[in-house]
Each structure stands twice: as C-alpha cells, then as structure tokens.
Write a protein that binds this ligand. Structure first.
Ligand code: UDP
Length: 377
C-alpha cells in the first residue's frame, strides 16, 4: 500500500495558502481536514456577486499578476479560466483632478505642468528632482532617493503613514519599492506579463481547488490548541505569535475597515480604484462593477468600497498587513526558530509566516512547503 495513504493532515485556514497545500497533499493520497474560522472559504480573496449583480471582493481588491511562465500560474489555471485584466489606478490630486499612478511621464506632466518630448527628458528631470545623495535603506528614503521630496510628500508619505500607522522611515524598503517608477506613458499598475482575474471569481477558483475526494472542509471553526494532536501533521495559517502565547512579544499588523456604500454615480470612476494620497483616513475606493469579471449592475446605483486602515485594536482579529520593521523582523525570527521544535506543525500563510505576500508568491511558497513535506515522508 502507498505509504502516504491515510495520513491525516489538518490545515487551518481555507485561503489561497492553505488551499494550495490541501490540494497538493490530497492529490498525493493524504487525507486532508481543512477548517476555517470564517463562514466561507477563500480567505481574504473571498468574492461574491451581490444583490445588484456586482462582484465584490469582501476584503479589498485582489489583482492577480505574474510572469506568464510562472509555475504557480499553471497550477491555478487547473481551477479557473481567466479574463484578461490589466489593473489601472488614478490618484486624486489636491486640486480635485486625478492623475496616473504609479508615477509615469503623464503624472510628472500633470504635477509639474510641463510636457516631455521623450523618455530621455523624463529621466533627466527625475535625476534633477530626486535626492541622489541617499542610498535608501527604508521606505521613506526610497521615495526621496527615487522621486525627491515634492512627489514623496504628494503621493507617498501621507498615504504610507495612514496605511501603515507608522512613519515611512520605520518601514522596510520593500514596501515603498513595490510600485514601479516609469519614464514612459505606461499607466498599468503592474509590469507583469500575465495580468488577469478568475472568470468566475476567486471563491469559485478556491472551491474547485478544494473539490477533491480526500479533502473535507469545515467552516465556522476557530482553531484551538490541542486540535492538532489528532493529526499526523498540521499546517497552521494562524498568527504564530498567538500560538506561542506572545512569548517573544506581539507581532505588529495593520488592519483595514471596509466601508461599503451604495452611490448614485453621475459618471463611473476613470479606473476601478481611486487612491486618496492625502492625509484623510481613507486610502482608496473601488467601484466593483468596473472589473471585467463582475456582472453588469442592475441599477444606476453602484457599490463603492472605501478602505480605512486602522490598528488591530480598532478591528480585533482582522489581520491584514504584517508591519515589517527592524524590530518586528527580529521578533518574528525568534518565533520562527522556536517553532522548529514543533515537529508536527508547519506555520503557513501571511500570519504564520509574518509575510506580506501577493497571491502568486503565496501559491509558490505553499507549493514548495507542500512538496518539501511530501519529500520528507
Ligand atoms: N503607496 C503610496 N501611495 C499610493 C499607493 C501606494 O504611498 O497611492 C505606497 C504605500 O506605502 C503602500 C505601498 O506603496 O503600502 C505599496 O502599495 P500597493 O498598492 O502595492 O499596496 P497594496 O495593494 O498591497 O495595499
């Protein structure tokens, strides 16, 4: 008999991370029990069609983008068809106009009221305004070194402060470096060669992933310590600090409150997402029917969601963004090292790995975790 057969696996969290592991293990004849504290699968990628026929991403807009040859894309494509979609965002300026974001030639023309003949001119201009003396080590310095103070103050510093609740100089440089800076007219949010949305939504995609005879799903179940004892191995997509009773301290997270409003719009937003780069409490709003995998709204009233970042105290147990600072990295490393003592537990997902992960890297990381586990059996 196959030596893997009947090994019992517990997976806590039916998001994209846990579901990737579940599917791979199930296909290798392991018996998988997956539980989730929420009343739905798909974790933070959960989407649904509302009464007005619009596809809403309950936990904020999720945009899939990667290299077209990415292995994890091939894996996900087993569970969904795709609709082509290249994400675009406009940013609201103090004068009420909007402009392209990420920064490109048009943004600079809008902000500085001038025209550039070619990319060379844009590059020279950026070289004039940026602070070349800095070798950036944090997000604030990244903005100043690449764009200079005027653009940093207009588009990035206030937004980053309200987004993360700390000064950009406290934040790891990778956060600021997520957005490209362009010298051409390309106004797409991402550069990647594959950009799309699942045709029938993320929830359906995860549902197909979990639709396997060796996977059993239970929702509305909060993980309690001790549950893992009945299983040969457990993959826990839960906060690693909480599991160890915060023995090395509380890992910092930023939460988000999503305010859904029904708005009678005279005209659609220019792009599905509009960023508020000022110091107001909101970071962005999303008009859902503008995404190509939404259905047409039944009425002129459109659902628009405003995002208001907040502390964990203001939105208990709703973990969104791990806050990567020097201290939090050191603290996480202690938990990671300590967790190696738990031979029958693997921590996964954003909160288990304390990692700010986009969807495709999340799949890649968890494919690797699943295959490493299989190889050790
Ligand atoms: N950012 C900003 N202004 C913007 C958009 C982004 O300052 O209008 C900064 C901010 O620090 C943010 C980071 O760039 O956290 C990454 O932005 P991204 O849109 O990738 O964040 P996400 O979609 O993951 O919230």
């Amino acid at each position: 008999m196959n030596k893997l057969f009947n090994k019992n696996i517990l997976i806590v969290g039916a998001g994209i991370a846990g579901s990737t592991i579940a599917r791979i293990l199930a296909e290798h004849d392991l018996q998988v029990q997956i539980i989730d504290k929420r009343n739905h699968i798909a974790g933070n990628t959960f989407d649904f069609i509302n009464a007005n026929n619009e596809r809403i991403h309950k936990y904020g807009p999720h945009l899939l983008h990667c290299n077209k040859n990415e292995k994890s894309l091939k894996f996900l494509s087993n569970f969904t068809e795709w609709v082509f979609y290249e994400h675009r965002v406009r940013a609201l300026l103090p004068n009420g106009n909007t402009t392209s974001l990420p920064i490109n030639k048009k943004t600079l023309e809008d902000v500085y009221g001038r025209k550039f003949k070619n990319q060379e001119e844009v590059k020279n201009f950026l070289d004039l305004i940026r602070n070349k003396r800095i070798s950036p080590e944090n997000t604030d310095q990244f903005f100043e070194a690449n764009l200079g103070n005027k653009l940093a103050d207009l588009f990035f510093r206030p937004y980053t402060k309200k987004m993360w609740g700390i000064e950009p100089k406290e934040l790891n440089i990778v956060v600021g470096a997520r957005l490209p800076i362009r010298t051409n007219d390309d106004d797409r949010y991402f550069n990647d060669s594959f950009q799309a949305l699942p045709k029938e939504g993320y929830t359906k995609m995860i549902e197909s992933m979990l639709n396997h005879k060796n996977i059993n799903i239970e929702l509305n179940i909060q993980f309690q310590k001790g549950m893992e004892l009945g299983f040969d191995h457990s993959f826990l997509c839960i906060p690693i600090d909480k599991f160890f009773n915060y023995k090395f301290g509380v890992l910092p997270y930023r939460s988000i409150i999503f305010e859904e409003r029904q708005e009678l719009l005279e005209k659609d937003l220019e792009t599905p997402v509009l960023n508020f780069t000022d110091a107001s409490p909101y970071t962005r709003k999303t008009q859902w029917n503008l995404f190509p995998n939404s259905k047409r709204s039944k009425t002129n009233i459109k659902t628009v969601t405003y995002e208001r970042p907040c502390s964990m105290e203001d939105n208990p147990n709703e973990y969104f963004y791990p806050i990567h600072t020097r201290n939090s990295k050191i603290m996480y490393e202690k938990y990671k090292k300590f967790s190696k003592n738990e031979k029958r537990i693997t921590f996964c997902g954003r909160t288990g790995l304390f990692k700010y992960i986009d969807m495709i890297p999340a799949v890649t990381i968890h494919q690797k975790i699943a295959y490493q586990f299989l190889n050790k059996l």
